[in-house]
Design a binder for this molecule. Structure first.
Ligand code: IPM
Ligand code: SF4
Length: 469
């Protein structure tokens, strides 16, 4: 009998093409997603050396970061820099024979939303993209992680990647989530617990009753933010929920190929007794809705809490950095989280821009009105999410409540397109990063779940969604 292995061990082993004595491995890559920001130099590299893309059919390109989310975008991108980057990807995709979703294609959207929608993302695969939030795809029991531009070129040319094995971490979330508490709150709580460096050198497998109970959307939210916890990737073993989501997706295997794939996918679980180098256990029943107060995703507190006091921190470096975060955020220690007033609300991103997120928002805001001093926008993660939301009449609910309903893209998750905060504007955001300047120069970001962002838009300040009527 061979030693018990983790899910990560199994997927890794199944993709090793070559293993050197020092542990350096060459891994086969099943799927490569490409966006406009990290690919131009990679394609340029291929051109300069006269190389082709090894497997165009295992590569999919989409524009997301730079696209405008205004309906006007069908008349062309105004911003010169963005237009050049978007046009470069269109040209590269054409020249190298790669399927490409332009901003006018219904299938366009954030790279980590469109992969799963198309069935391009499947269990057991190795998936890479020149983007840190590639960890999202781990929700399907796939080994998925971000790579740099030189690695993008390497994968384009060879369909392989040089990797060393990471360590195994298990995060087990037991129990049942209380009403109003979501996948976003679970992952924010985990990052609050382990810190942004807690996952460094690890691949995290999420397991336990609360994880099993999540939809694919919720699982993607969790795996998406593995990177904010410092991990190389996040994984959730595929199960009936996964198979039901994947089945009949455009690129999923069909007929006999489906049966064969399913038989393999069902073997992809951590074995009983498999070794994890680090184990964290959380009780879902004890989790509150969470709000970030600082400029790091680990700066989190319960919505019922207060802005913490850096003076209470013993470590001097940490104290200084948290004081700086408070100054940046314009917050005073001791302020109740529910007393923090907002200027902007952003609902979207690859963390929370899927249909289930929009349904949760609609449930909160139906028949209500956005606060007079809040500017609130909702950005579907893809054209298909937008189409589905509109088929369900969600756009009407959003518009009637005073939300701006936009075209798909990364939008105000990062200040790389027209959607951004003005200096000192304070925003409740469903995205994943709250670094200084992330949503715009001197902008102030508070990370929350979609339901919490929706309630904050209506009330004009944070409210405990568990009390929402
Ligand atoms: C622009 C891109 C390279 C970047 C990433 O790698 O994550 C972006 O998607 C982000 O979320 O900061
Ligand atoms: S939505 Fe945000 S986190 Fe996701 S890929 Fe785009 S910029 Fe990165």
């Amino acid at each position: 009998m061979s030693a018990p292995r983790t899910l990560y061990d199994k997927i890794f082993d199944d993709h090793v093409v070559d293993r050197q004595d020092d542990g350096t491995c060459l891994l086969y890559i099943d799927r490569h997603l490409v966006h406009e920001v990290t690919s131009p130099q990679a394609f340029e590299g291929l051109r300069m050396t006269g190389r082709k893309v090894r497997h165009p059919e295992k590569t999919l390109a989409v524009v997301d970061h730079n696209v405008s989310t205004s309906p006007e975008r069908k008349f062309g991108i105004k911003n010169e820099e963005s237009r050049i980057q978007v046009e470069a990807l269109a040209t590269n995709a054409k020249d190298f024979g790669i399927e490409y979703y332009s901003e006018n294609d219904i299938r366009q959207g954030i790279v980590h939303i469109i992969g799963p929608e198309q069935g391009f993302t499947l269990p057991g695969m190795t998936i890479v993209c020149g983007d840190s939030h590639t960890s999202t795809h781990g929700a399907f029991g796939a080994l998925a992680h971000g790579i740099g531009t030189s690695e993008v070129e390497h994968v384009l040319a060879t369909q392989t990647l040089i990797q060393r094995k990471a360590k195994n971490m298990l995060v087990r979330v037991d129990g049942v989530l209380p009403e109003g508490v979501t996948a976003k709150d679970i992952i924010l709580a985990i990052i609050g617990e382990i810190g942004t460096a807690g996952g460094t050198g690890y691949v995290i497998e999420y397991a336990g009753e609360a994880i099993r109970a999540l939809s694919m959307e919720g699982r993607m939210t969790i795996c998406n933010m593995s990177i904010e916890g410092g991990a190389r990737a996040g994984l959730i073993a595929a199960d009936e929920t996964t198979f039901a989501y994947v089945k009949d997706k455009p690129r999923a295997p069909k007929a006999a190929a489906w049966d064969a794939a399913l038989a393999y996918w069902q073997t992809l679980q951590s074995d009983e007794g498999a070794h994890f180098d680090k184990v964290i256990v959380l009780d879902a029943a004890k989790l509150p809705p969470i709000v970030s107060w600082g400029s790091s995703p680990e700066d989190v507190v319960s919505v019922q809490g207060i802005v913490p006091n850096p003076d209470d921190i013993a470590d001097e470096n940490k104290r200084t950095s948290k004081q700086r975060a408070l100054d940046y955020m314009g917050l005073t220690p001791g302020t109740k989280i529910t007393d923090i007033a907002l200027d902007r609300v952003f609902i979207g991103s690859c963390t929370n821009g899927r249909i289930e997120d929009l349904r949760a928002v609609a449930k909160v805001v139906e028949g209500k009105t956005v606060s007079a001093h809040v500017d609130a926008m909702i950005v579907p993660g893809s054209g298909l999410v937008k189409e589905q939301a509109e088929a369900e009449g969600l756009d009407k609910i959003f518009r009637a409540a005073g939300f701006d309903w936009r075209e798909p893209g990364c939008s105000m998750c990062l200040a790389m397109n027209d959607d951004r905060l003005k200096p000192h504007e304070r925003c409740a955001s469903t995205s994943n990063r709250n670094f200084e300047g992330r949503q715009g120069f001197k902008g102030r970001t508070h990370l929350v779940s979609p339901a919490m962002a929706a309630a904050a838009a209506i009330a004009g300040h944070f409210v405990d969604i568990r009390d929402w009527k």
